[in-house]
Design a protein around this ligand. Sequence first.
Ligand SMILES: [Fe+2]
Length: 440
Amino acid sequence: MTITPENSGTPAYLSGDLAPVPDEIGAFDLPVTGALPPELTGRYLRNGPNPLPGHDSGHWFAGAGMIHGVRLRDGRAEWYRNRWIRTRSFTEDARLLGPDGLDRTAVSANTSVIRHAGRIFALVESGFPYEMTPELDTVGPCDFGGRLTTGMTAHPKTDPATGELHFFGYGFMPPYLTYHRLSAAGELVESREVEVPGPTMIHDFAITENHVVWLDLPVVFDMELIGRSLPFRWSDSYGARIGVMDRAGKVTWFEVDPCYVFHVGNAREDASGRVVLDAIRYTRESFVSIWGRIGGTANPAAETGGAVLHRWVLDPATGGVTEEQRDDRAVEFPTFNENLLGRDSRLLYTVSDDAVVKYDTESGATVVGDTGGRPGEAIFVPAADAGAEDGGWLMSIVTDRSGEGSRLLVLDAAGLEFVASVRLPRRVPAGFHGSWLPDR
Ligand SMILES: [Fe+2]
């Protein structure tokens, strides 16, 4: 029987498609349906919370990080393995807020996994990155030679022109927001405080060719929630601002309708110098609903609609901003061709309950690709010889509707047609973000 909140008393974040797996396994020569493109030679890695058996982390976002990996080579699926990330909170039960203050190695590292300058990092926004091997063993925490003094967002951005990695850390004590930049070689070369009015939860941001785009939104730190849940809640008084920061650090702030954004799509500068930002936007009601569900405090039956695609156009020359809802489907996990990150692009890929939804953000046209189950984030992998923005594939871990098994699904990104799927040896819990790491 599938355990649900109704039949077990188990919180939603430990039930159904979020239920953790109990152990680490490995399997070789996985069955493939269709034909894996030989060019897809590398590793697909995906991170997500997976508390140890018997542990209740109190919130979906707080569970110990586990990476699921699938090794593809020359049309074959060589292996699958899943490994917990051996952070200090995993191995020693150390706490972020300890007797000696903040310990940024005592974190879950459960949100995303990236590669920069040849190093693989598991990321969670409250802490330091944890370096991993290509075989998913934990190397240890990284503070870039002592230079990093804040957490590191799970959503850093690689500038496709320079190879630099832009990121930030936020905190519940000043400095509330700090911008950082890693060189293409992996050196932390810039850290700069950005002034915001208070401690808000900032999950993602955007960059364009010349700017960094900040989301200062009304989900605020609340000390009283420490020990009970993740200490953040919606605030009706904080207000909502989007900031456009130039390379010199000057920020122009734009007041916007209060909302929350976990994930941005792409951002770019238009011909008039305006910044165009596409993101997946929650209203107050939809944020409170999902926050309650993943925090285990809400009745799933009382959930309201999810988040939808939204566009802001911000003009630093005039201070003017326009915003527009672009669709009414509930979607999340926007991805796009990151060779065009911060530059002109028009295509976004998102996931809904049982499909990939592709948006042409200029025309408004959509393509819906049935995934035959519940998809996780669909990563865009560009083909080496691609001429078009959507020349490449989407890769997503899809869990069968029965909830019993999972597949790594490969779709053609142009028309969302089925290309191949790899049967994984076990169900993979719904999680957060992954990366495709091609062999060099
Ligand atoms: Fe995220």
